[in-house]
Ligand binder design. Sequence first.
Ligand SMILES: Nc1nc2c(c(=O)[nH]1)N[C@H]1C(S)=C(S)[C@@H](COP(=O)(O)O)O[C@H]1N2
Ligand SMILES: [Mo]
Length: 355
Amino acid sequence: MSASHAGGLIIRQEEPRNLEFPFDRLDSYLTPVESFYIRSHLHAPMIEADSYRLTVDGAVKNPSAITLNWLKSLPAKTIVATLECAGNSRVFLVPQKPGAQWELGAVGNAEWTGVPLATLLDQAGLNANAREVVLEGADRGLPAELPRPPEPINYSRSIPLDKALDDVLLAYAMNGVDLPQDHGFPVRAIVPGHYGMASVKWLIHIRVLEEQFQGYWQTIDYGFWDEVGGIPVRRPLSQVAVKSEIARPRTFEVLPKGQPFTVYGAAWCGTGDVVSVELTTDGGQTWAAAKFLDPIRAHAWRRWSYDWEIPGHPGRFTLKSRARNAAGESQPEKFDERYFSYVVNYTLPIEVVVQ
Ligand SMILES: Nc1nc2c(c(=O)[nH]1)N[C@H]1C(S)=C(S)[C@@H](COP(=O)(O)O)O[C@H]1N2
Ligand SMILES: [Mo]
């Protein structure tokens, strides 16, 4: 059994904090702040609101360092976005892969309020050759996995310029309250539709580059093997693949035979709306449509349910859900090894015991 945290989160690692939402408790569209998973690679920095500065420099005409009050005085935007750690559901991989053994709860859906990154980039004036934007956090240290850089580094990730100018938010509030320390106080990026690693917390530095950024967390970590002309090439992970998860029943839950049971879960996708979720209760021989409980909203999850008649005879049954997006992409049946230990979006088996 895993230990538990005040917000009911499951502790995967004490320090740096890696806490998981117990997904079988899913019951609201927005994940409460205290139940939102926490994934930090380094010790969480403590930043004072008064001394906070956000530096914008690099390939820009007017570099600047802005205060929190200045940021909050700019026109704000509120969005709902699902954040999923790229390593979510890693525990399902056989054989086991190194890294935190996340079950189903390294994912959450929240409302984020802040200033579009585009506003700051416009004010800074981009150079003609600007190409990527590096987002850097205040947390600094040595990463856990090899090969390590020779000295401590700040957590950082880059995003392509078109994404930076599109819908990236510099958020200072989550579900209407100030960002909690573990979620990046006072300011974090929210990169809608990308895996969680892109949404840099404790954001202190925005650096515009004219070349490709090759930092640790997009080459060594959070990279995958793409292919060019039959040759594997390393690329940074970015968009969230289509996925659904069953919250209830839980794995190995014991269910009474012949009774009705409402199977319940959520589905999401980085690009394109989730338009269908199907469920199988016989290990994949037959599939039936689940019904949605939430409307389509770009970059936010949709909860769904399915009314199941538990079989009248005892035995073990395997449930799986399968989401499809508007582009026709579905969850695969098997894990794609190019991702090594990330993007675990295949149709996850939930085995239950009927008595
Ligand atoms: N500065 C900083 N930002 C970070 C991280 C980090 O370790 N440091 N972790 C990233 C990862 S891997 C994920 S999944 C999300 C998790 O955000 P949360 O802890 O608010 O859920 O933050 C991202 N932003
Ligand atoms: Mo992550």
